[in-house]
Design a binder for this molecule. Structure first.
Ligand SMILES: NC(=O)c1ccc[n+]([C@@H]2O[C@H](COP(=O)([O-])OP(=O)(O)OC[C@H]3O[C@@H](n4cnc5c(N)ncnc54)[C@H](O)[C@@H]3O)[C@@H](O)[C@H]2O)c1
Length: 429
């Protein structure tokens, strides 16, 4: 069976078009880039395969790539995040779309394979989010004979790509579009922070004020979730792995505790690390009855679902995104979105205004690669700080926010890299 979206129902296409209209209105930076490239069509010779959560915002990015002349094949690369109406609207415009909302992990993998194989001569460029396409391309090079380069936009994905580069496995250049101030420190913190809390509230209807809310992982995503949950009155407690991160969390005013202590009395637990098995059986044993469990990190692996199943006597679907697990010892815990990404399943993913910045970085990286990927060696390539600043300036202009131009001396410091306050500065996890 194929996961290609073919002949979508007209009502679904209409719904998708309406959703895209709403997102487009809130993505002025992408609109500006689109009007810059629509005349020259710099992607005319390119076949772009993408694997990024298929939301309305991703749809606006896909529209831009098509307007720039590319042939595009796309999949969401996740079990729960595909917005079927957006998939339908894009398919109706001739984009090759694979997948649907509510796939199993094996089905997600099949949709990825189909996306990679959508073009007769294979893709020339990959746009990835968690290395599913990059990994598939590395394991089956015969399917991508004309592949020139890729972009990757997740923290965990970039870590993996660097590892493959060190092992000499990476045969093409990959542009890291994650480690930019305008992505990592904006999208992950303010976008995912808000949409995660939004997802929890939509899924459960819970009052956050006064609740003990445990955030596991205090990177850019965890920090955003912790700040937003605290803003709504929750008593936020943070669990960290790295000492540096723990210092940042403590100085931001959050109690930092090891999981076994943090989980005692927890009302809500949210994982945000990018690593598997962050909550395992021993952690589940420490939870009080009635706790809500969810994940906003990477895919469905952060909460060990096998350990949860082992302790479960019975499950009940009590709300659309809430599965109640009644445990052998009589307690119950409520798992949201099957342990998948709560913000993309129960809410709509990150707000369009934030994805405007993230996808502007992605679109500009694809345009750069189309113009000159042959000058890049296989390996991981960083986006220059000046580009990061350029995207921020475009966003500021769209928000009608003005700042002073730096003096020539200040500009020299800003562009020197590594100096505190320079464009090379980032705060690190
Ligand atoms: N839901 C979304 O829409 C969305 C958006 C952006 C990023 N992400 C994903 O969220 C994850 C985190 O992203 P980030 O930018 O915050 O990464 P990050 O590297 O800034 O932070 C991850 C943090 O988790 C910590 N950590 C790892 N294992 C831990 C453990 N067992 N217990 C406690 N802490 C642990 C690390 O030390 C690190 O500080 C990534 O997988 C990323 O791809 C999701």
């Amino acid at each position: 069976m194929s996961f290609r979206v073919t002949r979508p129902p007209a009502e679904l296409v209409e719904l998708g078009r309406a959703a895209l209209d709403v997102a487009r209105d809130q993505m002025p930076v992408l609109a500006g880039i689109r009007s810059e490239v629509a005349g020259t069509r710099p992607l005319q010779a390119q076949r772009v395969a993408g694997c990024v959560h298929l939301t309305k915002e991703t749809g606006v990015l896909v529209e831009l790539l098509v307007a720039a002349g590319a042939e595009v094949a796309w999949t969401g690369g996740d079990e729960v995040s595909t917005q079927d109406e957006v998939a339908a609207a894009l398919a109706a415009e001739g984009v090759e779309v694979f997948g649907r909302r509510g796939m199993t992990t094996a089905e997600v993998e099949q949709a990825v394979t189909e996306t990679l194989g959508a073009f007769q001569d294979g893709p020339t460029l990959l746009v990835d989010n968690g290395t599913r396409l990059i990994e598939a391309a590395l394991s089956a090079p015969g399917t991508v004979p004309r592949l020139v380069a890729a972009t990757e936009k997740t923290t965990e994905g970039c870590r993996r790509v660097r590892e493959w580069a060190e092992q000499g496995r990476l045969r093409f250049p990959v542009v890291n579009v994650n480690d930019l101030v305008t992505k990592w420190e904006v999208d992950n913190t303010y976008g995912t922070g808000q949409s995660t809390v939004d997802g929890i509230v939509r899924a459960t209807g819970v009052l956050l004020a006064g609740k003990r809310f445990v955030v596991v992982g205090f990177g850019q995503v965890g920090r955003g979730v912790a700040l937003r949950a605290r803003g709504m009155g929750a008593r936020v407690v943070v669990c960290c792995r790295s000492a540096r991160t723990a210092v940042r969390a403590r100085l931001a005013g959050f109690p930092v505790l090891p999981p076994h202590e943090a989980l005692v009395g927890a009302d809500i637990v949210c994982t945000a690390t990018g690593y598997p098995d962050v909550l395992t059986g021993e952690h589940l044993d420490a939870l009080p009855g009635g706790a809500v469990l969810c994940n906003t990190g990477h895919s469905v692996t952060e909460i060990n679902l096998a350990d949860l199943a082992e302790r479960t006597r019975e499950t009940k679907r009590i709300r659309p995104h809430v599965q109640r697990h009644i445990l052998h010892d009589g307690r119950h815990v409520d798992l949201l979105s099957g342990g998948g990404l709560i913000n993309l399943d129960a809410a709509e993913g990150n707000p369009s205004e934030v994805m405007d910045i993230t996808f502007a970085n992605q679109a500009l990286a694809v345009l750069d690669l189309a113009a000159g990927a042959d000058r890049l060696a296989p390996g991981v390539h960083e986006v220059p700080a000046e580009r990061d600043e350029d995207v921020a300036r475009r966003k500021l202009a769209a928000m009608a926010v003005r700042i002073d131009a730096p003096t020539p001396e200040q500009l020299e410091v800003l562009t020197s890299g590594g100096h505190p306050g320079s464009l090379g500065e980032r705060s690190g996890p």
